[in-house]
Design a protein around this ligand. Structure first.
Ligand SMILES: Nc1ncnc2c1ncn2[C@@H]1O[C@H](COP(=O)(O)OP(=O)(O)O)[C@@H](O)[C@H]1O
Ligand SMILES: [Mg+2]
Length: 331
């Protein structure tokens, strides 16, 4: 079958120290140097089989978007490596990445922010089609754009409208159409339904599923909520403070979750149907800062099972059953 994406020991950091003076803090009567580095992605590994959906799940701020932006090299990786369709793309230059920009497309949480408000919907699609030479002429590009709009449920005459004339759900359909327009093989969807009404979320997820069946894409789907990824995923990774704390098949994660954090995420899953949303609990405990990572297991401060070893040592990844990995001292 082969892998579309292989990520190995990926690391990403943001240096918040703008200048040397920012680093100096006055403490106990003297200046000390204080590094302020956000450790957004801390040595993660996962791979995605061709034609499959891998979902990355975790609370806001755990490093999901940073992982996505690093994979498409909007950010240079600080460590580790990335292979796309068997080719190491870790150190490719911007120019060398261009051909991958066509093969890898992104769908964003807020399509409004990524759609040019002054461009008609049809032109938003025509532009990348011409840029990536999917069509030879303007007419051909327009034809293709209309075809894709139809696929995502937007009528031809609606193509003459501007983004602000659409609802959130329709705008996300446009975002999806734009990704589709250049015939990608791999789609990274970063919280594609988080900004939408619950009633619309299922429609958009179904659309993503249908398109996958038709085109046989591979997906990296990002969500902060397990219920969103339940139907669409083949495999999942659960992320906490820049680490993947558990990964495995959908069946493994949903039927026998291992990590205390995964279990915590399940305890707050709101139901997509019905009005249970109000009843869903909030996850207890603060997420520690990615600037001052805790010693030991990053989760120990919120973990009901934490032992002394958890406060001192980062657990090693263990394969508990075939393909089911966990990062926890309990196992
Ligand atoms: N450009 C940036 N500069 C500094 N810190 C950033 C930047 N982008 C993200 N971060 C920080 O990195 C961490 C991970 O963020 P992000 O990847 O956006 O999380 P998620 O997508 O899971 O909500 C957070 O602590 C966030 O504040
Ligand atoms: Mg994000």
């Amino acid at each position: 079958m082969g892998k579309i994406l292989e990520v190995e020991n990926l690391e990403q950091r943001f240096d918040l120290n703008k200048g040397i003076l920012d680093k100096l803090k006055f403490k106990n009567g003297k200046f000390i140097k204080e590094e302020r580095i956000v450790n957004a992605v801390n040595n993660i590994s996962f791979s995605i089989d061709k034609g499959k959906v891998f979902s990355l799940v975790g609370e806001s701020g755990c490093g999901k978007s940073t992982t996505a932006r690093t994979i498409i090299k909007l950010l240079e990786p600080k460590g580790g490596n990335i292979k796309f369709d068997g080719v190491d793309i870790t150190n490719l230059t911007r120019e060398e990445m261009l051909k991958y920009r066509k093969r890898i497309q992104m769908i964003f949480q807020d399509p409004y922010a990524s759609l040019n408000p002054r461009q008609k919907i049809i032109d938003i699609l025509i532009e990348p089609i011409l840029f990536h030479k999917i069509a030879d002429s303007n007419e051909e590009a327009r034809e293709r754009a209309l075809e894709i709009l139809e696929k995502v449920g937007i009528r031809p005459e609606q193509g003459e409208r501007y983004p602000h004339q659409f609802s959130g759900g329709q705008r996300q359909r446009v975002g999806i159409a734009r990704a589709l327009a250049v015939e990608p093989e791999f789609i990274i969807a970063d919280e594609p339904v988080s900004a939408l009404d619950v009633s619309i979320q299922a429609q958009i997820l179904n659309l993503l599923m249908d398109l996958k069946d038709e085109y046989n894409f591979s997906y990296l789907l990002i969500a902060h909520n397990l219920s969103v990824v339940k139907h669409i995923s083949d495999d999942l990774g659960v992320m906490y403070l820049g680490k993947i704390v558990e990964k495995g098949s959908k069946e493994q994660i949903f039927h026998s979750p291992l990590h205390p954090y995964t279990k915590l995420l399940f305890s707050v899953v709101p139901k997509l149907s019905g009005s249970n949303l109000k009843n869903s609990k909030n996850i207890e405990g603060e997420i520690p800062s990615a600037i001052n990572l805790p010693l030991g297991c990053y989760f120990h401060e919120r973990c009901p099972y934490a032992k002394s070893v958890c406060r001192e040592e980062m657990p090693l990844e263990k394969e508990v059953e075939d393909g089911h990995f966990v990062l926890c001292h309990q196992y």
